[in-house]
Design a protein around this ligand. Structure first.
Ligand code: FAD
Length: 276
């Protein structure tokens, strides 16, 4: 009897699952495998920061899904799933409905803001190709704006970059940005001392999933970036605040970890609303 397997999402999980199932049921014509994704291309999310900080071209982190599944017993459907009816075993998309016997949810995740006021409204996300292509020109435009502003304080505001979250992604983004800064400064004839990269996290340590013994290694790497690219102005601030979910009382901001540069209390963080 025919069985429909519908995989919702063609990210890393969806692609790998579809390929493995197609291999497993290669000789079984009763098993129909379909992958539904809203995009025709797979984005290598793990490389997003490299595009955002101009290390690689936008196209290098995208691959056609048609090509990924070419020659395999997998149908590709381009649609955005809007709801799932588990009783009727149907996925509903904007373009149509997809009946399933087995459904595999591989539609990814969303950034978490942990109830901290600000990041959700004011930050650029590093979470999808669409976010990425907005973030890169924003960084570049800040250097253009800084160049045309006569006052030093205004220039500094444009050249202050705040990264919310010091997990793997935040840390990688900080590193990529620090690598890009010297060439931007050269291009716009800006003194590197004007540029600041600030990474903020709830915790007072970076990449908390790392073993504590790795922390000093990371701190040293950070100091090296700071001295190379931003003239000793890369900071990690710890920003504990009230958590909406737990309702815990606001604890005073823990002492900023000064990795290098001026006291962190002088850092001024300007919200800048991303364009609609
Ligand atoms: C900048 C960055 C760096 C990272 N670096 C690493 C790393 O070095 N190592 C590591 O292990 N992990 C890293 N990660 C995490 C890793 O990218 C994710 O864990 C991984 O992408 C999750 O894979 P996934 O298939 O579950 O979801 P995703 O890759 O997010 O794929 C979800 C898919 O579902 C589709 N989709 C979503 N909603 C719908 C809908 N309603 N209808 C149709 N389709 C939909 C999307 O278009 C997408 O194709 C990084 C993440 C980021 C953002």
């Amino acid at each position: 009897m025919e069985k429909n397997i519908v995989i919702h999402g063609a990210g890393y999980a969806g692609i790998l699952t579809a390929k493995k199932l197609a291999k497993k049921f290669k000789k079984n014509d009763d098993i129909k495998i379909a992958v539904v994704d809203k995009n025709s291309c797979h984005t290598m999310l793990t490389e997003l920061h490299e595009v955002a900080a101009n290390r690689v071209e936008e196209d290098s982190i995208r691959g056609s899904l048609k090509r990924v599944f070419a020659g395999r017993n997998v149908s590709l459907v381009l649609d955005t799933i809007v709801s799932i009816d588990y009783d009727k075993q149907v996925l509903s998309g904007k373009q149509g409905e997809y009946a399933f016997d087995y459904q595999i949810m591989a539609s990814g995740s969303k950034p978490a803001f942990y109830g901290i006021p600000g990041p959700e409204e004011y930050t650029y996300r590093l979470w999808s190709y669409e976010n990425d292509v907005k973030l890169k020109p924003q960084i570049y435009n800040m250097f253009i704006k800084a160049t045309i502003k006569p006052h030093e304080a205004t220039k500094r505001r444009f050249l202050t970059f705040l990264i919310a979250g010091a997990g793997f992604t935040g840390v990688e983004m900080a590193g990529e940005l620090a690598e890009w800064v010297p060439s931007l400064c050269k291009e716009f004839e800006i003194d590197r001392k004007m540029v600041q990269i600030i990474e903020v996290d709830l915790l007072d340590r970076v990449v908390p999933t790392w073993l504590p013994s790795y922390q000093p290694r990371y701190r040293n790497a950070w100091k090296k970036w700071a001295s190379k690219s931003c003239s000793r102005r890369v900071w990690l601030l710890s920003a504990r605040t009230k958590s909406k979910s737990s309702g815990t009382a606001r604890s005073p901001p823990s002492k900023p970890t000064r990795l290098s540069g001026q006291p962190a209390s002088r850092a001024r963080i300007l919200p800048r609303r991303p364009p609609a």
